[in-house]
Design a protein around this ligand. Structure first.
Ligand SMILES: Nc1ncnc2c1ncn2[C@@H]1O[C@H](COP(=O)(O)OP(=O)(O)OP(=O)(O)O)[C@@H](O)[C@H]1O
Length: 541
């Protein structure tokens, strides 16, 4: 009797030793940073070798089918692994996945819920076989089910086996958690790496593309054309919707041309009153008209030797078109009130978002001037036509804005995908605005998808009410044109107003306009919501 007791205590000690060994080895496996599947397979192997808990398998969700499938197993054939597929809630495994409760099947032959799907009964020992299935949690979420076969006639108590299995299930959960963290961090670092590379490429000497970002075939075709015509003096007509980069291209053309050290002068034809056009373009002598107190050099003369960028050329009034045509043909200008012709050496780059032929047909643009300007037409694609470039643009803008606002934010891959999948109806300027809101709105250095969604929402609010879901066009009271409807103060407006004020460099009038508020309404909100107004700066976008 004495001997039997000491024999059984030796056996118990041996089992405890094996348990310890299993845990030590499992921890060592985890610290080796193996792929989760490799580490889990080794642990299942140890469970079988050391503790006799056989045919261990880890079942997890199958990303493609949505059902459950064996992800890792030890002691199962390939065919058995393939068979181990369960619908949600199906069998013992499905139930553990659904309820998160451990299931113990004392005798697999006696429990109708035990499906024997992966391993056929005939391949198992004849004696009574049990099956234990436990949930594997990652951050409290049930991500998998650990299952093992156990012979009932064992020395070890079921309670002892259960305890070890619980610890093992927890270790497996940790393995997947570490993997998720590593994957997340790796993706972030990869993203950071790409941003830094993009920023470096922007600055690399000899690889200057003048801040024109994009790899889409349409954009590359436009850039090719630009490079071809840059060294010549040919007149270029840039065609594209608003905010597609016409000014950026015009500047790039100038910087690539032999005129790069001479002035680049921009004239926005849509912003000049008709009566002032001639004086603006060609200048005037002192006394040329009542308010001409002194001589003024016009834009053509200012651009002498350089490039004159005529933006929104479609808005040029007809009488001025005649004069422009003459300058382009004869390369001389005449100041208002002047007595002679002044030769000018100017390369003209014009741009428009309008259909020039339609303007010609409507009698609003001279055909001869159109031909003069349209020597080299370059069409710039809209953002809609090149969704593949959104990622590159976002990274570039984030790095630009980090510098401008002295921030160091990093856009997470999820946030980037959110921006890429947004159906950008508008232009690059709109994308820039949203990215700027994101950089300003984000509280931490990591921009997540939620911040992106908020920025997209606030951008939508800056648009006229019709653009909002459920806005006037959706059935509400339409605001009268030109009259801003009353908008009550809402708590979440604070961030929106602060961001817009920062974006507008502290300019309250522009901020009010962008937010569709009157100046008074804005001031009231600034006061009520206690918003600090940034000191004014020049906004160049
Ligand atoms: N390919 C691009 N890469 C990087 N930034 C771009 C690109 N295209 C446009 N942008 C940026 O988008 C903004 C709008 O561009 P830009 O002013 O050149 O457009 P535009 O076509 O002249 O617009 P508009 O017709 O409204 O005057 C600018 O801040 C510009 O730097």
């Amino acid at each position: 009797m004495q001997k039997t007791m000491s024999e059984s205590s030796t056996a118990r000690e041996a089992l405890v030793e094996q348990e310890k060994l299993l845990l030590r080895e499992s921890i060592r496996l985890i610290s080796r940073g193996l792929e989760p599947e490799k580490a889990v397979r080794e642990i299942l192997h140890l469970l079988s070798e050391l503790l006799g808990l056989n045919r261990g398998r880890l079942v997890m969700r199958d990303g493609t089918t949505g059902g459950l499938a064996i992800r890792v197993a030890y002691g199962l054939t390939r065919a058995e692994i393939r068979r181990g597929r369960y619908a949600p809630g199906e069998g013992i495994t499905g139930r553990v996945m659904q309820t998160g409760e451990t299931q113990i099947v004392q005798d697999i032959d006696a429990d109708p819920n035990y499906l024997a799907r992966a391993v056929e009964r005939s391949t198992l020992p004849h004696e009574t076989v049990s099956f234990i299935a436990l949930p594997v949690r990652v951050d409290r979420r049930i991500e998998g089910v650990l299952g093992v076969h156990r012979l009932r006639s064992r020395q070890r108590a079921l309670g002892a086996d259960l305890e070890v299995l619980r610890t093992v299930a927890e270790l497996i959960g940790q393995i997947y958690k570490v993997r998720q963290l590593v994957d997340k961090r790796t993706a972030e670092l990869a993203e950071e790496n790409r941003s830094l590379k993009a920023a470096l490429q922007q600055r690399a000497p000899g690889k200057n593309n003048w801040g024109i970002i994009g790899e889409s075939p349409q954009l590359l075709a436009a850039l090719d054309q630009l490079e071809q015509v840059a060294p010549t003096d040919a007149t270029v007509l840039l065609l594209g919707e608003s905010g597609t980069g016409k000014e950026l291209f015009a500047r790039a053309l100038h910087l690539q041309s032999p005129r790069r050290d001479r002035p680049f002068v921009k004239v926005n034809c849509a912003a000049i009153p008709e009566t002032l056009f001639e004086a603006e373009l060609f200048g005037h002598e002192k006394g040329a008209f009542t308010s001409a107190n002194q001589q003024r050099i016009g834009r053509f003369e200012q651009a002498d030797g350089g490039t004159l960028f005529l933006d929104e050329i479609g808005d040029l009034p007809l009488p001025v078109q005649v004069k422009l045509l003459r300058v382009l043909q004869e390369r001389v200008i005449e100041r208002l009130g002047g007595r002679g012709e002044i030769p000018v050496d100017v390369r003209v780059v014009a741009a428009t978002h309008q259909d020039m032929m339609a303007l010609v047909r409507a009698g609003r643009f001279r055909l001869d001037l159109y031909y003069r300007l349209n020597v080299i037409p370059v069409r710039l694609p809209s953002l809609r036509e090149r969704p593949g470039d959104i990622k590159l643009l976002v990274r570039y803008f984030v790095s630009q804005l980090n510098q401008r606002h002295q921030r160091n934010v990093l856009i997470t891959p999820a946030a980037l995908s959110s921006l890429v999948s947004h159906p950008w109806p508008g232009n690059i300027r709109q994308l820039y605005n949203v990215v700027e809101r994101i950089v300003l709105l984000s509280r931490s250095d990591e921009i997540d998808a939620a911040t992106v969604d908020l920025a997209l929402l606030t951008e939508a609010r800056g648009l006229p009410p019709e653009a909002l879901p459920g806005g006037p066009s959706a059935g509400g009271d339409a605001a009268l044109p030109g009259i801003r409807s009353y908008q009550p103060v809402a708590g979440d407006e604070r961030a929106l107003i602060a961001a817009e004020l920062a974006r507008q460099g502290g300019n309250k009038s522009r901020t009010a306009r962008a937010l569709n508020l009157t100046l008074r309404q804005l001031n009231y909100r600034v006061e009520v919501l206690d918003i600090a107004v940034p000191s004014r700066r020049k906004n160049n976008v």
